[in-house]
Ligand binder design. Structure first.
Ligand SMILES: Cc1cc2nc3c(=O)[nH]c(=O)nc-3n(C[C@H](O)[C@H](O)[C@H](O)COP(=O)(O)OP(=O)(O)OC[C@H]3O[C@@H](n4cnc5c(N)ncnc54)[C@H](O)[C@@H]3O)c2cc1C
Length: 355
């Protein structure tokens, strides 16, 4: 029997996570990526189970974190190099209210796997940043991914078992009705184009927004932390006195080049976390695909059958992509229904307005 053929357009986090799961299912996979990959490579790759503003748990975190541990460890084994790093995040409380939220929640069973109980040391731990008056709390079950290595390794796995082609997908050469690209027929075409889905004639009706982010890499021989500090921005130790500091949020902006004031902006925020000297070694910019309801947009086009989208991963892509990609692939191959919150059909009304 002929194998079903799957074409994935876009080789950022979304595309490679889907490609990996389809390969696991023994499918015939071709992944097209034009290497114009801003968001997934630029990302710091942090996985933080909490949302600090109101000290709540992230959406579906109890499902996502265990799956991340399994997924990234398995990729790391195949990479034979470390790419999945457990880390503690130390959140410096920005107000008495935030500290009170932590104090109340740390004793609740549903939070105990993510929050260390506050100690006197935490409450008096200010690093040297005099701007911190309320102490800090330590987040458990946090990680960071070496994003560049991760993307390289998964693309390699897909290429060994399928095909990875460095090429732009030209929409003018695509017949969506028959899912045929340049004369080749596919059973399914899955679009994972990040913020560039706005240029996709099939899916441009969807409200995928472009949220620019900037991040700086620094070196600081005096800053000795092995924890990631967080308040107003984050500082992530990546080894040998190198750190990532980020990130900015600039709405409706599709220019990935960092702006002139990005380093000043992040340096100003970094004052809340350390007073140690540092040197900026690199500034990076990328465009996150975000949505107003903060949920990804996943599923089959309501009219053009066989055409799928997997997009809108937002600010926590590295935490949510692995399990969502698995659920999506189970939906493709075994017709298991998608979670309503992420289903593309919540936007069907927009399609009728534009057609
Ligand atoms: C500064 C910054 C920091 C971040 N930090 C974190 C973090 O710490 N933790 C976290 O979880 N998330 C973080 N994110 C968010 C995360 O990067 C995104 O959620 C995720 O990378 C989105 O992945 P994606 O594959 O959907 O999109 P993208 O990464 O944009 O990938 C889309 C891919 O599709 C390709 N493509 C598009 N159109 C075509 C076409 N027509 N033909 C061929 N190829 C095409 C592009 O070249 C690209 O490779 C950060 C983002 C930024 C910008």
């Amino acid at each position: 029997m002929m194998k079903e053929k799957f074409l994935i357009v876009g080789g950022g986090l979304s595309g490679v996570a889907i490609g990996y799961h389809l390969i696991q299912k023994g499918k015939d996979v071709t992944l097209l990526d034009d290497q114009n990959n801003h968001s997934s490579i630029v990302a710091a790759g942090m996985i933080n189970p909490l949302v600090f503003r109101r000290m709540t748990k992230s959406w579906r975190v109890d499902d996502f974190i265990p799956y991340c541990e399994q997924f990234y460890s398995s990729i790391e084994k195949q990479a034979d190099r470390p790419l999945f790093h457990p880390i503690t995040i130390r959140r410096f409380f920005s107000s008495q209210q935030e500290k009170d939220f932590w104090t109340t929640k740390q004793i609740l069973p549903e939070f105990s796997s993510y929050m260390e109980m506050l100690t006197d040391k935490d409450l008096n731990f200010n690093e040297e940043a005099v701007l911190n008056d309320f102490g800090s709390g330590r987040v458990k079950k946090s990680f960071w991914i070496d994003t560049k290595l991760f993307l390289e390794v998964v693309k390699e796995i897909i290429n060994t078992n399928g095909n990875v082609i460095s090429e732009l997908f030209d929409h003018s050469e695509y017949d969506a009705a028959s899912t045929t690209y340049k004369g080749e027929h596919f059973s399914c075409v899955i679009f994972c184009e990040g913020y560039r889905s706005r240029d996709n004639p099939l899916f441009s009706y969807l409200p995928v927004q472009s949220t620019k982010g900037e991040l700086m890499e620094i070196i600081s021989p005096d800053l000795e932390t092995t924890e990631s500090y967080n308040r107003k921005c984050f500082v992530l130790p990546t080894g040998q006195h190198h750190f990532k500091v980020g990130a900015t949020y600039k709405w409706n902006n599709t220019d990935p080049i960092p702006e002139d004031n990005a380093a000043d902006d992040l340096t100003e925020k970094l004052k809340y976390l350390t007073t140690k000297d540092f040197k900026v070694t690199r500034l990076l910019g990328g465009i996150r695909p975000t949505t107003l309801d903060r949920r990804p947009i996943i599923g089959e086009h309501p009219k053009a059958k066989g055409n799928y989208i997997f997009n809108g991963l937002g600010t926590k892509g590295y935490m949510i992509a692995p399990l969502l990609a698995k659920e999506f692939c189970d939906h493709l191959t075994d017709k298991i229904p998608l979670n309503n919150e992420i289903d593309i059909h919540r936007f069907d009304q927009l399609l009728s307005l534009t057609s």
